[in-house]
Structure formats: structure tokens, C-alpha cells
Write a protein that binds this ligand. Structure first.
Ligand code: GLC
Ligand code: CA
Length: 540
């Protein structure tokens, strides 16, 4: 296996720009805000920042609806700010990863404005059109954010296809001219010195709506190989593909070590477990713990030396993990650290989503405080379909994407130090208690725990290349595993719940030393306290 790729020992930090730091007091985070926090990120020790989209956009889906791929939205700053960010981050050995939204553009993109003018327009075929009569779309496919996936354009008497919002028309990857324009744009960003790309819903680009195919279309991997050859392979980049529909088999195609497609996948099998089978994420179900272990174990084993995975609990689309599968009350600190230790011992590239390193929690607001298009559409749709308001709000409190989008909590001052203006979305009121200022210099903080875990990955090769063996696979509350390479063993033992439990696995003897744990007085006994996590290292 090629261990030399920098991104195999890297830890990536995701920034959601509008909620990170506001430099000009308009209530919205921006590029200068990020620049002002680079020292914080350097201190944490991360290698790269994945920036959610900052390109020009009407912000219908907070930037995942791009109207100019080669300009920065004025809300975030200018291209000069972007150059400065790349340069200033570079000084601190931090690479900037751009978010490429290539499945769709905004309907305000020049291409689409042209495309909808006439069927003969040179840009028409950049999008996915079908004939039909008004009120009778080509089929009954639904969009991810509610409603039909087809939108009628009376001027040309055709429907366009959109897998997400109405203002996010799908791009037609079948068109070679469009693909070429995309490559030119990507190469322009590579020239600017970015460290890589995150590819938004990349498994959906090869759609075939007539056959109801959205993800994993027949031409997907052909498109990806061409994309990679024309762009990414020219530089030493990290590329990560968001793929909700990836299986371990498909992941080996995406992330084949021969570098023909992408560096790694970002897949969601583990994170979709707490919902009713065959239903939506809003249809809540308790986490099936044994399945969680089975899923993690399978991905660890099957990708070993054949592919590369991302390790994450959080991103801008997911609720906060400490509220979701940890405990955001009495054991917030212990459980946040346990979840970090559990994840960061595995093989793959760990991602930390802003605020996760502080143990930030979900927010439970009234519906008026939500901003996310998905949440607002869902609320409307479910009420119309006869759901009780309390039930809908329970789902939203548990799963709304806005849980992750409340402003970063820097300190206990006005607006948590995020802005001096009015924040675009309400702050989580717990910022007086949970904030960066309180944690950066505290050796026992969640922040310090993450900092150490990041350092271990660089210090001990077993984190990067060790194999994986699940222990106690059928235990109802302990998550434990061993990683091994020729020289070293790494043992991780976690109590996933709030009850003390006897550990049937024999704790290691003197040959292994405790690297990190989340309780102060850890001894070599067999009793794990609530959310107790231990990581041991030993030479073979
Ligand atoms: C991805 C993004 C999400 C966005 C969607 C449409 O899933 O992570 O935020 O809404 O794609 O672009
Ligand atoms: Ca601002």
C-alpha cells in the first residue's frame, strides 16, 4: 500500500463559512473571519480545511447552489481574500479544500439562464430536459427537498430535472462540452493552489431519470476517471467524494489506490442507522448498536489496502454527535471524548466538523428560528400530510441540518464572539458554558483530547496502516477493537453508554501503555465507567 500520500495521515477540519467567524459585523461568517482563526486551527493541529461552498450563489441552499464557479460570493469576500486565505493557511501547513458542487448549478448560473431561453441555445443541453405537458411531468420522481423533481418552463414547454431544490437544476454530464468547461474551471482552482476538493453528491452526476436512476448511474465511474485524468491527477491533491449510495464494493472503485478516480469516499452507512428501515431520516429509531459495530467493522476490513474511507460523525448536514449518540447532559465531556477516541483510532482520514472539538450540541428551537430549506420544506410537507406538530418538531430537533449550523462558539462574550452584528441564525444559548476560550488551554478539555488524537496519527504509523480487528462484536455496550502493524498494537476500548459495565476483555498488561483516556484515574481494572474510553499502545 502507498502510505506516502499526505492525506493518509492527515486530519481534515470542516468549516461552514457562514457560521464560523464574522469579520465585518453583518452577522454572516466570511473569509477574513476564517483567516483570523487560522492560529486556532494550527494549534489544534489539523492538516487541511474543507471549506463548504464560498462561490457566488443566491444562497438558496447556503451556497450549494452556485451561480459562478470562478468567483467568491460577496457575502464571504473576494477572490483576493481567497488567495490570502490559501497563502496564510499554507504558512501554517494547512491546505484548503474547496467544495465542488458539480451535480447541479444554481438556476441563476449563466449556463442555465441561457439554457432556458430556447431548445436551440448552445447551453440548453447542459441541463436535463424532457418534453411533457404542463401539469404532467415525465414521471413522478421526487426531489430530495420535497416536491416533484421536474419543473416546468413555459417559455420552451419543457421540464428540467432537479434532484434537490427547484433552484438547483441538474447538470447534464452526458454533454462533453459541459464536462470540458467543468475541467477548465477545476484546473483554474488547482492553479490557485488549493489542496484538493470535496465533491458534493458526486454519486448522482450520472443520472438517468427515464430509468429513475439517480445515484450510481451506469456511466458514473467512466465520468469520474475522465474527470480525474483531466484535472486532479495533475497535482498532489486530496479528493473526497460524497457518496450516500456507496457500498464497500463501490468504494473500492472510487478510492482505488491506483488513483484513477478519487482519494477517498465519504459515505454514510453508519450515520443512517438511527431511522426506521426504508423510511426517511426524520422517522426516528434508536441506534442499533450491534449494527453500528458491524458496519464500522465491515468498512474497516473490506477497504484495507484496497481503498480509503473518511472517518466522521458530523458535517453540515448532520446533527451534533454528542447530542445524537453521546450524552449532552451530565456526561457531555466524557461522551464527546469517547466518540472522538473511538473514531480516531480507526483507519481512514478523520474529519472534524467545526465545534465538534468543543463538544457543541444540538439546538432545539421553535420553527421560526430555522433557516434550512430542507427543514422548512419538511415542516410544511409533513403538516400538510397530517402529522402532528409535536412529532414533526421532535424530528427536527433530532435531525435538522441547522443543528450543525448554529454559530461557532468562540467565547462567553456577546454572540459567543462570532459576530458583533445580528447572527444570521440564532446562537445556541449554551455558549456561556461551551466555548473555545474555555477549552484551548485546559489539558482536560474535549479540545485537548482532539488535539492529542491528531498528534498520535502523525506520531504512530499504526494509526495509518494498521489492520483492524473488532473485539467483543456481540457485546451490547462495549465498542472495542485492535489495530496492528508489524511493530505495534493499538487497542481501543469504549463503553458506549451511561451505565458502568464489566469489561470481559482482559485489559492489557505492562506491555501496553495507556495513550489516552477520558477519566483521570484510569487503572488497569476491568470496570468501565459511563462512556469510559481507553486507548492503549504497545510494541510487539
Ligand atoms: C450535499 C450537501 C448538502 C446539499 C446537497 C445539495 O448533500 O452536503 O448540504 O444541500 O448536497 O447540493
Ligand atoms: Ca461577514
Amino acid at each position: 500500500m502507498n502510505d506516502n500520500k499526505w492525506w493518509k495521515s492527515a486530519v481534515i477540519y470542516q468549516i461552514y463559512p457562514r457560521s464560523f467567524a464574522d469579520s465585518n459585523h453583518d452577522g454572516i461568517g466570511d473569509l477574513q473571519g476564517i483567516i483570523s482563526k487560522l492560529d486556532y486551527l494550527e494549534n489544534l493541529g489539523i492538516d487541511a480545511v474543507w471549506l463548504s461552498p464560498v462561490c457566488k450563489s443566491p444562497q438558496d441552499d447556503n451556497g450549494y447552489d452556485i451561480s459562478d464557479y470562478q468567483d467568491i460570493d460577496p457575502m464571504f469576500g473576494t477572490l483576493e481574500d481567497m488567495d490570502e486565505l490559501i497563502k496564510e493557511a499554507g504558512k501554517r501547513n494547512i491546505r484548503i479544500i474547496m467544495d465542488l458542487v458539480l451535480n447541479h448549478s444554481s438556476d441563476e448560473h449563466y449556463w442555465f439562464k441561457e439554457a432556458k431561453k430556447s431548445r436551440e441555445n448552445p447551453y440548453h443541453d447542459y441541463y436535463v430536459w424532457r418534453d411533457g405537458a404542463e401539469g404532467t411531468p415525465p414521471n413522478d420522481m421526487r426531489a430530495a427537498f420535497g416536491g416533484s423533481a421536474w419543473e416546468w418552463v413555459p417559455e420552451i414547454k419543457q421540464y428540467y430535472f432537479h434532484q434537490f431544490a427547484v433552484k438547483q437544476p441538474d447538470l447534464n454530464w452526458e454533454n462533453p462540452k459541459l464536462r470540458k468547461e467543468i475541467y477548465t474551471m477545476i484546473n483554474w482552482w488547482i492553479e490557485k493552489g488549493v489542496g484538493g476538493f470535496r465533491l458534493d453528491v458526486i454519486d448522482q452526476i450520472a443520472k438517468e431519470p427515464d430509468k429513475r436512476i439517480t445515484n450510481n448511474g451506469p456511466r458514473l465511474h467512466e465520468f469520474l476517471r475522465e474527470l480525474s485524468k483531466e484535472t486532479f491527477q495533475k497535482a498532489d491533491l486530496v479528493t473526497v467524494g460524497e457518496a450516500w449510495g456507496a457500498t464497500t464494493e463501490l468504494a473500492k472503485l472510487y478510492s482505488n489506490p491506483d488513483n484513477s478516480e478519487l482519494s477517498m469516499v465519504f459515505q454514510f452507512e453508519h450515520i443512517c442507522l438511527d431511522q426506521l428501515e426504508g423510511k426517511e431520516k426524520w422517522d426516528l429509531a434508536p441506534l442499533p448498536f450491534l449494527r453500528l459495530k458491524e458496519v464500522f467493522g465491515r468498512w474497516q476490513e473490506e477497504l484495507f489496502e484496497k481503498g480509503w474511507n473518511s472517518l466522521f460523525w458530523n458535517n453540515h448536514d448532520l446533527p451534533r454527535i454528542v447530542s445524537r449518540w453521546g450524552n449532552d447532559g451530565k456526561y457531555r465531556v466524557e461522551s464527546a471524548k469517547m466518540l472522538a477516541i473511538l473514531l480516531h483510532g480507526m483507519q481512514g482520514t478523520p474529519y472534524i466538523y467545526q465545534g465538534e472539538e468543543l463538544g457543541m450540541t444540538n439546538a432545539a428551537y421553535e420553527i421560526e428560528e430555522y433557516r434550512d430549506i430542507e427543514t422548512l420544506n419538511l415542516y410544511k410537507e409533513r403538516l400538510e400530510n397530517g402529522y402532528a406538530k409535536e412529532e414533526v418538531m421532535r424530528s427536527i430537533h433530532a435531525k435538522s441540518r441547522d443543528n450543525a449550523r448554529t454559530p461557532m462558539q468562540w467565547n462567553d462574550e456577546k454572540n459567543a464572539g462570532f459576530t458583533e452584528g445580528t447572527p444570521w441564525i440564532k446562537l445556541n444559548p449554551n455558549y456561556k458554558e461551551i466555548n473555545a476560550a474555555k477549552q484551548v488551554n485546559d489539558r482536560n478539555s474535549i479540545f485537548s483530547c482532539y488535539k492529542e488524537l491528531i498528534r498520535f496519527r502523525k506520531q504512530y504509523p499504526v494509526f495509518v496502516r494498521g489492520n483492524f480487528q473488532m473485539l467483543l462484536a456481540n457485546h451490547e455496550s462495549i465498542f472495542a477493537y485492535i489495530r496492528e502493524d508489524d511493530q505495534t498494537q493499538l487497542l481501543v476500548i469504549c463503553n458506549f453508554y451511561d451505565q458502568t459495565v464489566d469489561c470481559p476483555y482482559k485489559m492489557p498488561g505492562e506491555d501496553m501503555r495507556l495513550l489516552i483516556s477520558n477519566y483521570k484515574d484510569t487503572d488497569q481494572n476491568f470496570i468501565l465507567r459511563p462512556y469510559e474510553a481507553r486507548m492503549y499502545l504497545g510494541e510487539k
